[in-house]
Design a protein around this ligand. Sequence first.
Ligand code: BF8
Ligand code: SF4
Length: 640
Amino acid sequence: MADLDVTKCSIDPTVQEMLKKAQAEGIETIFDRAQTMKPCPIGAEGACCRICSQGPCRVPPPKKAKEGEPQKKQAVGLCGATAETIVARNFARMVCGGAAAHNDHSRGVAKLFKEVAHGEAPGYQIKDVAKLKKVARDWGVAVTEGEGDEAKPRTKEAIAQELADKVLIEFGQQDGEITYIHKAPKKRQEVWRKLGVVPRGYDIEIVELMHRTHMGVDQEYHNIIKQCTRTALSDGWGGSMISTDLQDVMFGMPVPVAGSINLGVLKEDHVNIIIHGHEPVLPEMIFVASQEPEMVTYAQNKGAKGVQLAGMCCSANELLMRHGIPVAGNYLQQEMAIITGAVDAMVVDVQCEMQSLANVVKCYHTKLITTDPRARIEGETMHIPMDEHHALDIARQIVREAIDNYPNRRAPVLIPSQSHPTVVGFSYETIQYLLGGSIRGSYYTLNDNIIGGRVRGVAGVVGCNNCRTMHDNAHLTMIKELLKNDVIVLTTGCSAMTAGKFGLLTPESAKEHCGPGLAEVCETVGIPPVLHMGSCVDNSRILMAATACVKAGGLGTDISDLPAAGAAPEWMSEKAISIGHYFVASGVYTMFGVTFPTTGSELLTDYLFKGLEEELGGKWDLYDMDMRREMEAAAAGEEH
Ligand code: BF8
Ligand code: SF4
């Protein structure tokens, strides 16, 4: 275990408190490992190739020669691959990993949707018929049958069955264009068509990019990045958008709802169940099961007052947005939750679940339950696989496991006191409604405020935590700085949770944190200055909000004309790279923090940071240490 200064690990007091407890109890966490294991500097800049067994070949930029000494040449791989090729291939494989995660999530949702449409998934339903019809229209599925006066509404099942088939076909589609591309502004579609980057299907782009980055295939970096663009677009304007839409249809479209966030939402005298992961399919049923009166009685018979469900990572965002289920924390708090000693079961599905959970639970009574056949964890875990034909039964089994485990609590329980109220649930449709009321609901009101100078722009601040940088600090610093400058913030993922934990997801916070223009707008509309739009697949909602701004008029004819930017100041996952790249491809200036995975090639990084702008109107950038210091100094100046 490392000697940790917990105040440098996180700005979140709950994390600091739990880290102290972990230290006292001898539990190793990711924060210890971050101290003892330094990242490989060559891998960090993308300059290590290990895609064939002649490598790994390392090609970092040569050190600058001392005066009078000859400059060393830039190394190439054994096969002659240049740094540009190697770094581009590594970047591309991150895009592949991220897009695959989102598109495979989406496939699961689409398959469930088909079963629901055919009445083969008991417990699930088509909850939001208005959204079903809206999505059906996007896909060219008729919502009525018969002509003219004879026309009658089709049943929701008939619409859903046809829609499900159309959606599922696009996963394996080989040619043509994916449907949702047509929802982008016309001018954006033309940019993509001209460049030849419109995705044909959701699987094909990932497979082709994997092929092209195999040894000895695509060895021209512009060409590799071009396929990255096509693949990332198949995520943002494809898989992610499908997940968002079909989840809304089945589980309900989010509308503003109150919630609370941080480890303080756990209750010492309740059975605590944490839902952790990304796919809301089983969590929706666990929510139902945990509320059943028999289940509450069962918990009471075991000595608990009830069942407290709380979320972690993006499954949390999904449940929070639709049902107001409290959030226990973001990515770097998963080990911390168990260290409270109060979690009776942590139920995981897919993505962002650290394998170390299996190690931490050994020291507590917590049951770690995996539920997806694609995501098992070695060690002391329990596997209860999801089956959509019996989802509610499985959910009940899981809740009962947690309740049965309640009497086994052993370590001293310590739940941090902090939790903060939030208002969440801002789908792009809801924002439209709030901005203008039901009659002339329109993003025009926002545009009008931008044109009038009250709001200076829109920023999407999204993405992960990363233990290589102080937990939550960069998110909070950046968001506060944006608000101060009258920039409204749209947020998702772990970043949204940071905003919530530090009190920025309430309408009242506008007065305290925003410049006068934005504060006035938030007060008039009654919204928080930071709008929680959901999980990471819900970044598609941000794309739709940007498109709605373009369509409302007055700010240009393309997303790249908007005063809008994207940022993931603490990113760590491959999904973040796919998201960042589809933001860039959609015409957005996109800034990532901590490190950037292509710095091993100046040429390639220059292309991503400058060259792409000429083609796509958007570009990558790095939120580097200098910028950060400046912002932190500005923030500190405010406080003193
Ligand atoms: O999908 S923000 S750490 S939890 S990857 Fe993971 Fe990153 Fe959090 Fe959600 Ni998104
Ligand atoms: Fe080295 Fe080329 Fe093999 Fe990569 S593909 S490991 S650069 S020989």
